[in-house]
Every structure is written in C-alpha cells, then in structure tokens.
Design a protein around this ligand. Structure first.
Ligand SMILES: [Zn+2]
Length: 264
C-alpha cells in the first residue's frame, strides 16, 4: 500500500465497528476522501484528537483500494470552541455538510480548502455571530464553485441594483419589480439586505465583526441564500434542522426569561 502525507480538515465523522471512526476529509492536495481512523474512539488513541469534526491536521495515510486508513496525525487546530457551544456547533456542522455535499471526491481545490479553514477558524475565535459567519461562507463558497449570485444589477434585464428589490434563488441573483415574476421563489430584498449581501461577498472574515445578525438585512439574505443553496444541492441538508432547533431554543429561552422578569 502506498503512503500519502497531506494536510486536511474533518468534514464528517461516523462511528464504525467497535472503536473506529470513518472520517470525511477535505485536503488541499488530495481533495475530498474518506479514511478509517482505527481505534480512534479509545481515549488513549493517538488518533482520538484528529478524529473529530472540524479538526485540521497533518496526516499520514495508507492509500487503500476502496478506503484510506489514517496512520498518524498531528493536530494543527482542533477548533474545539466550535464544539463547546450549541449555536457554533449547529452552524459549523452546516458549513461542513454543505462543503461535503457540494464537492466531488478526489478533486483538490485549494481555494475551497482555504475558505473552509478560514470559516472554522472564524467560528472558533467567535469573530462574528455564527449565523453571519455561516452566511458569509454560503455566499463565498457558492461563488467559488461556480454559482456566484448576481448582486450588481437585475440578473434578468440588467436594470441597476438600486431598482432591484428581490432575490431570485432560481434566477441566481437580484431581480427588479418587472422581472420578479420570472422566479416564483423570489424573496423580497431591501436595501439593507442588498448591502449585506455585497458586503459578505467582498469582505474577508476578519471584517465581518461589525455586521450584527440582528440587522434588518440578515433575515432576507439568509432566507434567499438557503433557497439558493437548496436548488443547487442534491440532497436535503440535515444540519438545517439542527440550526432551526437551536435557534428556536434560543428564542424560547429569551421568551421565558422575559416571562420571569414580568409580574407573577
Ligand atoms: Zn429586471
């Protein structure tokens, strides 16, 4: 068996046999592939730290006929703070699932790899609200893989951006009032939403910090992008339910604490 060394980041973890894990790994040089981490669920295993969702590591692998085997690894960043918070975990899991769902096996793309690494690092360092970081990832990732949304003009008739008030998930960008009928799924996109969308496309993660997920544009952009993704991904992303569950829990917590503040 051939031995291969590469850097990689873990997009998916599945338990296998009694103590093993199967990892889906994204590498800048090897592309996306699966590897078995034997014994990784034993606490003292040298692979236990690597065989976790979001971990970035330098790896040595035996190239197998059907699946690779992780031989040894050195963690570059475990991104453990993502896993320590339910909201970060939900959005991080969504980023990982989206990256997995929309990349082909064994087709290296170092720009996609860098983007996934930057996104996990931003979530780990809490550089901005997790929802904003994930939204920034969606916009940038789709652009990188060939689905760049049109945000400078109406995607249908080229009317200037100031005349657009809709985002068409099927049309692939902003739509004016006249053209919105061409996309039955068009969502309203006011000036705040359009500004946020352009900012997310243009800004590196380090400058997302001044964007707050409570700003008015967020809801429309998130709604539009989720539908945009939904039309282009071939399977239902199960992590979306995780996000909905966690964010609705947050709202219930807020409502119940407000209730406690009120008179009995
Ligand atoms: Zn138009």
């Amino acid at each position: 068996m051939a031995m291969v060394g590469c850097e990689g980041i873990v997009l998916r973890v599945r338990d296998f046999n009694e103590a093993d894990r199967i990892l889906t790994i994204l590498s800048p040089t090897e592309g996306k592939f699966e590897a078995v981490a034997r014994g990784a669920r034993r606490p003292r295993s040298g692979l236990a730290g690597t065989a976790q969702l979001f971990t970035r590591a330098n790896m040595m692998l035996f190239r197998g006929r059907s699946i690779d085997t992780l031989s040894s690894a050195e963690v570059v960043s475990s991104h453990s703070r993502i896993r320590s918070d339910l909201v970060s975990m939900a959005y991080g899991s969504y980023v990982a699932e989206l990256a997995d769902a929309m990349t082909a096996e064994r087709q290296p793309d170092d720009q996609v790899y860098s983007l996934v690494c930057a996104t996990f690092a931003a979530l780990d360092r809490r550089e901005a609200p997790a929802a904003i970081i994930a939204l920034g990832f969606e916009v940038k990732f789709l652009s990188l893989i060939g689905f760049k949304p049109e945000v400078a003009a109406c995607v249908s008739c080229r009317a200037p951006e100031a005349e657009t008030a809709w985002f068409g998930p099927a049309a692939g960008g902003l739509l004016c009032d006249r053209c919105r009928r061409t996309d039955a799924g068009a969502v309203p996109m006011d000036r705040d939403g359009r500004r946020l969308l352009r900012a997310l496309m243009a800004r590196p993660y380090a400058r997302l910090c001044d964007v707050d997920d409570s700003i008015r544009g967020y809801g429309a952009v998130a709604d539009g992008m989720r539908q945009y993704v939904d039309l282009r991904v071939e399977r239902r992303l199960r992590t979306l339910e995780f996000i909905n569950h966690v964010t609705s829990m947050g709202r219930e917590d807020a409502a119940s604490s407000e209730g406690r503040l009120g008179p009995d």
